[in-house]
Design a protein around this ligand. Structure first.
Ligand SMILES: CC(C)(COP(=O)(O)OP(=O)(O)OC[C@H]1O[C@@H](n2cnc3c(N)ncnc32)[C@H](O)[C@@H]1OP(=O)(O)O)[C@@H](O)C(=O)NCCC(=O)NCCS
Length: 432
């Protein structure tokens, strides 16, 4: 059973010692105390943002409730109380199969001041997070990344992908289903509650998803002080013929010189069911004076391409999105449901030790897995990152094998493909 209260867990001794060797102090930051404002300023600087105002600091203090905030301090510096590195982590719930979730340790706000870069501070922070998460009983850690080059070295690897979609509305005549419900504009203030209600229903059905939080929804709705284009945010809700609200589209429109070719940018499109999905996409594509619709964090193969007359009006650029790190092999693998039986020994290479070793994976005919340490020669071998990428079924073992990221006989790899096939394609539809 993973510990639920993480903000008071002790700091990792190994990272404390490694940082102390460099004259740096590793410390927890109290969200309610004076240390929070400098912490937030360091995060904003790390992500190249503006200096937060007093209002933004209070709004973030509220939205980061329940977070474990850790800073690295150089007390010899001009601003000894401003952390030179930051990380924020919290307990999250990852959907692993439709209707099944597992607790994960989510990580965000990883920054190192440009004055202190490349001295191993990020390494101390990330390995410290992983050891703390593993000791607290979390089978997985997760994050979303600004660059794909950073986190592989600590065993993270993409497990859910997302597409950035652009639609040329002048080519994309609607041929999709006509939804029987109705659309209504709804107020920005009402959006956090509306998004929560719909997203909570959706995310438990979609492997790779995690819940949103009030601060995330307020940002999308343009209700936080720093939200870009806040006053331009508009939203429509789809209600089915039975009176149940099933979809929400939040968007802004950017004006372009050509008056009939403005750009509609989707900030959120959450649809509980195909009718709502069709209704909201149709609304966006048929919006007067709009020439282009752009939406990020859409499914890898976006359904909208099947709903328009010219499929090539829709371009989708696939990107890695949810990166996972396996900390406990039995806990991670046994959390999901599988598509076919399996019995083999997987050898996992993990330089940080958490997942290292040979593991017998048995999946019964009902799709349940039992996993234990094996004293046998592995049938299949892989680095720990590959195990994270395979976990939700978003990529096949045979595909990773072509890149040398899984090794095994073709029939063993094929057996993994059959067992790990996903009931729904993994997707994470928010940033965190
Ligand atoms: C990314 C960042 C946290 C790295 O911090 P750092 O303390 O300089 O990293 P470390 O000194 O621990 O370096 C660890 C390793 O990562 C490599 N590395 C660090 N940043 C990298 C980057 N952006 N791209 C590729 N490799 C990177 C280092 O070269 C080093 O490699 P090695 O292990 O082979 O020696 C820091 O550059 C930063 O704050 N960037 C801006 C904010 C950001 O992008 N955060 C990530 C959010 S997801």
């Amino acid at each position: 059973m993973a510990t639920a209260q993480t903000s008071t867990l002790p700091l990792d001794a190994e990272s404390s010692a490694a940082l102390a060797d460099r004259g740096l102090e590793y410390a927890l930051v109290d969200r309610d105390g004076d240390a929070f404002a400098p912490f937030l300023r360091s995060v904003a600087r790390g992500f190249l943002g503006e200096e937060p105002t007093a209002e933004q600091i209070e709004s973030s203090r509220d939205s980061l409730r329940g977070r474990r905030l850790t800073g690295v301090f150089d007390r010899r510096g001009v601003e000894p109380d401003a952390p030179v590195a930051t990380v924020d982590s919290w307990v999250n719930e990852l959907t692993v199969s439709p209707g099944r979730t597992v607790p994960i340790w989510s990580i965000s706000a990883v920054t190192v001041a440009p004055t202190h870069r490349r001295r191993g501070i990020a390494t101390a922070l990330l390995t410290g997070e992983l050891r703390t998460a593993a000791a607290a009983g979390y089978p997985l850690a997760g994050l979303t990344v600004t660059e794909a080059t950073i986190y592989g070295r600590w065993g993270f690897s993409p497990a859910a992908w997302a597409s950035n979609v652009t639609v040329d509305t002048r080519r994309a005549r609607w041929t999709g289903p006509v939804a029987p419900g109705r659309l209504d504009f709804v107020s920005r203030e009402s959006l956090p509650a509306r998004m929560t209600a719909i997203h909570e229903r959706l995310r438990v059905r979609r492997p790779g998803a995690v819940p949103g939080w009030e601060g995330r929804w307020r940002g999308i709705a343009g209700l936080t002080p720093e939200a870009p284009d806040a006053k331009k945010v508009r939203a429509v809700a789809y209600t089915d013929p039975g009176g149940v609200e099933r979809g929400i589209l939040v968007y802004t429109i950017a004006e372009r010189e050509e008056f009939t070719a403005h750009e509609l940018e989707v900030r959120a499109l959450f649809a509980d069911g195909d009718e709502a999905l069709g209704a909201l996409w149709r609304f966006a594509l048929e919006h007067d004076l709009v020439g282009r619709v752009m939406a990020e964090l859409q499914p890898a193969v976006p359904p909208v391409q099947w709903m328009v007359s010219d499929r090539r009006a829709v371009t989708a650029t696939l990107t890695d999105h949810h990166w996972l790190r396996v900390l406990d092999v039995p806990g991670a693998l046994a959390s999901r449901a599988y598509a076919a039986p399996l019995d083999l020994v997987i050898g996992v290479g993990d330089p940080l030790g958490f997942a290292d070793g040979a593991w017998r994976v048995r999946i019964d005919t009902s799709g349940q897995a039992t996993v234990e340490r094996a004293d046998a020669e592995p049938d299949v071998r892989m680095p720990v990152g590959s195990l994270a990428s395979l976990l939700l079924g978003g990529v096949r073992a045979t595909e990773l094998a072509t890149a040398g990221l899984v090794e095994g006989e073709p029939h063993q790899l094929g057996a993994i493909d059959g067992a790990f096939a996903a009931e729904a394609t993994p997707l994470l539809d928010i940033w965190y």
